[in-house]
Design a protein around this ligand. Structure first.
Ligand code: GLA
Length: 650
């Protein structure tokens, strides 16, 4: 049945009165029914006219720098850190963009009693020493980095105790003193510590880990032995239902508010390290500047795949100010060492094109010229640091080969041809993948070799096993007078993705974890992102399809969702909408388009099997467009809907 065309509605008031109460997606937990109730008090589908992804702090592009963890683990000291800092300068890596020098676990000595002021491990960081051993000062250290034109990062934990105290084995590198003195995490000290780190010590970056609220239950061996105080875990890494999401979120929100209060110029980066747990997919981008989507990376090819998979389909969850973080670079070590430069190049290129933070995790004293050349590849860094902030979107996904395309702010595209498999593959790149015209020339610049080539329609490249070819592509846009929203994911914020209950994403590569080997069954991916909104695919990674018609472009999302879209200068929004052919329930649903909070257009009720419905709206002068899909009644578990060819036009 052909549905009537979208109708324009004059006022929002009439529509708001129709708003039905929808279950708050993502925040419903068994552990915290009270908070779930709070959320349903405000209907998350109500258009607010606001862009709600985090813009506080200083992360308009992904942060770049160096972090001590992958290089030295707990065994850090000032000499090692400053040596790496100087090498950043001497090799030109700092000029290439690597500015942050971040301490990870291991810098602390204890928390002074009774006033709770943190004390630096001055045997390891001698410049923090003062005449009073209980009054240490990190200012000379941060001043030293600032004088070099670099920035300084520090590390903490949201609980009382830390990852090192939960899992580390070398006591010499762990906090020292009485039980209270060894409680070096932020719990109960958020405001005090953030003020000390930012206002007094002058740090510019903080990574906040979560082990303290996951690993110190009464039955944890080190707690049972009396080494640490119990703290009832808020996070269950293997169960979102057993995680107290509102409590976790509230602690991290307290940190972001403290940063706002105490960072002198608001020049800070807040890195949320929850490994994808706690439904952080849903709220991390409102709170932090970068948010980890997976457990720790190791220098293993398969582990790199696992971590990469947690972000590759999440382009719509990263915007300037809030980036997906698949963890730090391991270029230089293990499967990415000097004898494995092909793998190192792939790891680096994939992180660059997906807008991951580029944090070198290598003892730079060991770096050879090829490794420095790789890390300072200007073309690759330019993709990562492009001010548009659009994470690459996968346009071809398989277990063997993936093609990722990223829109750049000058209108060019970047494309990565990534061979995950075991044998060389002839990879065909088409004009369609690039959303470019197939009858006009497309010019490719190889970002590894600088060579240029030209093609029309399609071109084949042999890609070696574990190799990634990366090109910049210049051509004629298939949509000359506008842009598909799936090309500009950095301008789309998934305010409400309609996920009724967060579950693990089964498409994430399951590798062997180095620290457990093949003991147990396997590690569950903790990133509960299954069913999240996707660019050019359904929330479950299938092609977008309404009534048998496939849409190469569009946004795939579940019903009961609201997307915010930033508009700068476009006059018209248009899309072809409907329920996706993969839906397990019939709807019906209504599609609505808002401009700065006012309803501009909506459809009649659309049911499964109905044909494609066009919807259009005049968005001239509108700053924030919102795309809302409401299901009538109970939508069931899976009701994917399609904003087919969703586009902004001049
Ligand atoms: C956790 C984090 C790592 C690192 C260690 C430090 O495992 O995920 O990135 O910070 O803690 O102990």
């Amino acid at each position: 049945m052909q549905r009537s065309h979208a109708r324009h509605v004059a006022s929002t008031a009439a529509l708001r009165s129709l708003v039905i109460s929808v279950t708050a997606a993502g925040t419903v937990t068994l552990a915290a029914p009270a908070a779930a109730k709070d959320k349903s008090a405000t209907d998350p589908l109500v258009a607010t006219g606001r862009w709600t992804a985090n813009e506080a702090g200083n992360a308009p592009v992904p942060p770049m720098g160096w972090n001590s963890w992958n290089a030295f683990f707990y065994d850090i000291d000032e000499e090692k850190v400053m040596a790496s800092a100087r090498i950043l300068l001497d090799t030109g890596l700092a000029d290439a963009g690597y500015r942050y020098v971040n301490l990870d676990d291991g810098w602390w000595h204890h928390r002074r009693q009774p006033d709770g002021r943190m004390v630096v491990h001055t045997e390891r960081f001698p410049s923090a020493r003062t005449d009073d051993p209980e009054q240490t000062d990190f200012r000379p250290f941060t001043d030293g980095l600032h004088a070099l034109g670099l920035k300084a990062g520090i590390y903490s934990d949201i609980g009382r105790n830390t990852c090192g105290q939960a899992y580390g084995s070398d006591d010499a590198n762990l906090p020292q003193g009485t039980l209270e003195e060894r409680e070096v995490g932020l719990f109960g000290h958020i405001d005090q510590d953030i003020e000390l780190y930012f206002a007094e010590w002058g740090f510019d970056y903080v990574k906040v880990d979560g082990c303290g609220i996951r690993a110190f239950g009464a039955d944890a061996p080190r707690v049972a032995a009396g080494t640490y105080r119990p703290l009832e875990p808020l996070i269950d890494m293997n169960s979102v239902a057993r995680t107290d999401i509102p409590a976790v979120r509230s602690l991290f929100t307290d940190v972001s508010e403290a940063l706002h209060r105490h960072s002198p110029d608001q020049d800070y980066v807040f890195s949320v390290c929850l490994w994808g747990s706690s439904d952080v997919r849903f709220w991390g981008k409102q709170v932090g500047n970068v948010s980890r989507t997976s457990n720790d990376i190791t220098p293993d090819w398969t582990r790199m795949l696992t971590n990469f998979d947690t972000t590759v389909t999440r382009a719509l969850y990263a915007q300037p100010g809030s980036w997906n973080d698949p963890d730090m670079l391991f270029v230089g070590q293990g499967d990415f060492d000097a004898d494995h430069m092909k793998e190192a190049r792939s790891h680096f290129a994939l992180w660059a094109i997906t807008n991951a933070p580029l944090l070198i995790g290598y003892d730079l004293r060991e770096a050879n010229a090829d490794q420095v050349t790789l890390l300072s590849n200007e073309g690759l860094i330019a993709l990562n640091q492009d001010e548009g902030g659009h994470q690459a979107v996968p346009v071809f996904l398989s277990e063997d080969v993936q093609i990722l395309v990223k829109t750049l702010s000058d209108g060019d595209k970047a494309v990565a041809l990534f061979n995950r498999g075991f044998a060389p593959v002839d990879v065909v790149l088409t004009a369609d993948h690039l959303k470019m015209r197939d009858d006009a020339p497309i010019r490719l610049t190889d970002l590894w070799t600088g060579e240029t080539s030209e093609f029309r329609d399609e071109i084949e490249h042999k890609v070696d096993a574990r190799e990634t070819l990366v090109f910049r592509a210049e051509g004629s846009r298939a949509l000359p007078d506008g842009i598909y929203l799936s090309e500009v994911p950095g301008d789309v914020n998934v305010a409400e993705d309609g996920v009724p209950f967060p579950t693990n994403d089964p498409t994430i590569h399951h590798g062997i974890i180095p620290w457990t080997g093949t003991r147990g069954a396997y590690e569950l991916p903790t990133y509960a992102g299954w069913g999240g909104a996707q660019a050019d695919r359904t929330p479950f990674s299938q092609p977008l399809r309404i009534g048998g018609i496939v849409f190469d472009s569009g946004l795939g999302v579940l019903a009961n969702s609201r997307l915010e879209v930033r508009n700068e200068g476009f006059e018209r929004f248009a899309a072809n909408v409907g329920i996706d052919d993969s839906a397990a329930s019939a709807g019906p649903v209504r599609f609505e388009v808002y401009g700065d909070g006012s309803l501009l257009a909506s459809t009649e009720a659309i049911a499964f099997g109905d044909s494609v419905t066009p919807i259009e709206a005049d968005v001239d002068g509108v700053r924030v467009i919102e795309l809302v899909v409401r299901a009538e009644g109970t939508p069931g578990l899976s009701l994917p809907v399609v904003w087919g060819n969703a586009r902004l036009l001049r």
